[in-house]
Design a protein around this ligand. Sequence first.
Ligand code: F6P
Length: 319
Amino acid sequence: MKKIGVLTSGGDAPGMNAAIRAVVRKAIYHNIEVYGIKYGYQGLMEGNIERMEIGSVGDIIHRGGTILYSARSEAFKTDEGQQRGIEQLNKFGIEGLIIIGGDGSFRGAQKLTEKGYPCIGVPGTIDNDIAGTDFTIGFDTALNTIIEAVDKVRDTATSHKRTYIIEVMGRDAGDLALWAGLADGAESILIPEKQEDFSTVIDKLRRGHKRGKKHSIIVLAEGVGSGFEYGEKIEKETNLETRVTVLGHIQRGGSPSGSDRVLASRLGAKAVDLLLEGKAGRMVGIENNSLVDHDITKILNEQHTINQDMYKLSQELSI
Ligand code: F6P
C-alpha cells in the first residue's frame, strides 16, 4: 500500500485531531502518502481531497474539533453515493481509508469494505456507545467538561437551596451521564439503560432535604427524555425549587484531555498498522489498556453496555 486516506465523520469529538495527526505521521514514517478527505463522506463523494504532509498536522494535537471537518451524509448511505466515493478514491490512487467517527460512520466503512475497498474504523465520539472498545475518543474530555459545569452549578444550587437537573448528551447511551453522575456525587442518575423509578428519585430528594442538604443534583441522559419535562415533574411533586441546565454542544468542544490525546494517538497509529498488514473492515479499540481490533460488522451488530458495577456503586453512594 502506497497511498492512504483519512476522514472524520459524524459528530466531532475532542481528540479527533490527535488521531488525524497519528495517522498522518505514522503513515509518513512508513513512507506512505496520506490524503485528507474534508467533510467526511460528503467531501469524499465530491472529491474534496488533499495531500497531507508532516506539517499539515503540526500544532493540532491540543485542539478540539477536527481540521478535516465533519458531516453527516444521507447521500452516502445509498449505493450510488458509495460508488461515487470509490471513484474519487481510485482517481487519487488511494488504496485504503481510515474513518474516524461513531457507529453511523462505521456503516459507511462497512459498505466500502464490502465493495472491495479496505477501510479501518477508529472510534471517535463523545458518547462512548461503541462495542469492542472500553473508551471512544472524546469521551474523557466531554466527561470533564460536564464535571466542570456541574461543579459551577453546584455553587449556585447551594446558594439558593435548589434542585438541578443536568441534561447531558450521549444519544441512546448513558455512559456520559453515569460517569459524570458518579464523579459529581449526583443524587440520581437517569440513563436509558436503567430506568430508575420516579418514586425512588423523589424519595431521595425528600430524604436529602430532611437531612438539611443544601442542593440536589440529578444527571439525566438525553436518551431518557427532556430535562425540562423531568424538572417540571420533580418540582410539582416535591415543591422543591428546581432548575434545569441542558449542557448541549459545549460537551463536544474544547481541548482534548491527556487521556484522549494518548488514546487517539494510539488508535490512529494502530489503524495505519492494520492497513499495512493488509487488513480491512476492522475497528481498532482499547480493552483493558491494550490495543485490539474487531470485525466492524460484528461491532455494528453488538450493543455497547454500561458498567453495571458502576451503576450499582452510584446508587450505593447516593443514599
Ligand atoms: O454523537 C454525538 C452527539 O453529540 C450526541 O451526543 C448527540 O445526541 C448528537 O451528537 C447531536 O448531534 P448534532 O450535533 O447533529 O445535533
